[in-house]
Write a protein that binds this ligand. Sequence first.
Ligand SMILES: Cc1ncc(COP(=O)(O)O)c(C=O)c1O
Length: 402
Amino acid sequence: MSDYQPASRVTRIKESASVTAAARVRELKAEGRSIIDLTVGEPDFDTPDHVKLAAIAAINAGETKYTAVTGTPELRSAILRHAERRTGIAYGSGEITIAGGAKQVIFTAFMASLNGGDEVIVPAPYWVSYPDMVLANDGTPVIVACGDEVGFKLTPEALARAITPATKWLILNTPSNPTGAVYSRTELEALAAVLREHPRVYVLTDEIYDEIYFGEGRVTHLVSAAPDLRDRILMVNGVSKAYAMTGWRLGYALGPAAVVASVNKLQSQISSCPSSVSQAAAAAALDGDQRFVAECVDAYRTRRDAAAVGLNAVEGLSCLSPEGAFYAYVNCAGVIGKTTPSGSTIETDVDFTAYLLDAASVAVIPGSAYGLGPYFRVSFATSLEIINAGVEAIDKAVRALN
Ligand SMILES: Cc1ncc(COP(=O)(O)O)c(C=O)c1O
């Protein structure tokens, strides 16, 4: 018997709920069950050919060695150009950090900045990893519920109430996983007005879905709505979602030189640098032809419409039409308290999603994973056929409830 005891930072966190859900779907499929999988958190498209070719060219050119901690010059200038195109703000090369995915950037940013007792405001529903990343790095997540009645968005009043002398960071994720909510310029300006009253508070803006937007023009970034706050905003992004490059593991952040320097110092001891081949691929993605992104957004828009219209037609369920990303966050308050054909009562969204998996073979993720119930998350990063089959199966399962 091993007497191994993990560190308290491990016992204080959970495994990622989306990773667990994906593993469960794989298990059921391996048992021979045919599952309609609406849990997927990554594009179902293949990485574009010009990106793959750039990676192959890098390998053939011998770009297979360590790079600088802060990346190759090509990647750094591609990131700077891309960010300027999107935000209108020119960042300098001392303001970039790169890592093996946006996930690693966020983790390292907390590791570089949090001390015991520091608070991080996390609007809920949130991306599953934020609270655990804060906890793993000795911080305290302060969860602020933002339900569908406020469009799943943090209001200035709620922000003002949540800030304390211990607040170090606010996290803003727009477009959001799991809701697809997108903050407008006016909403960001209103949050910025509160932040101006609290000069100690930094903002981590997670913009990993900023290219996947169904509205007119572009998503507004906090730093564009409030350029005077630039020295307090760490803007996290990556190539995973926009360019269907989740497996390449390349993320980055732009922000205040002092914050970035401390992240880079840690990064130098954590991984030295992300894969040199992925860096070449990411530079090609950011600098290259952007038609791929537009084509994906068109496909996601059609699927979004199918999912939102279909789910809103199911009695007892309702969802706001997502404005970005590829998720819908469905309110299932109307089925709570109902009884399944086998006689059990649905008390929570966890019960409901377990029922959907058992009775309808539809896999979705319960809202409790994202800190706000009773809801569940549906991903539409899958084919229209699967989305329609999922909606139909959910409708049938709900009709069977008493
Ligand atoms: C909101 C959000 N931030 C960050 C990430 C991580 O992205 P990456 O693949 O770059 O680590 C994800 C991935 O699901 C996400 O949904």
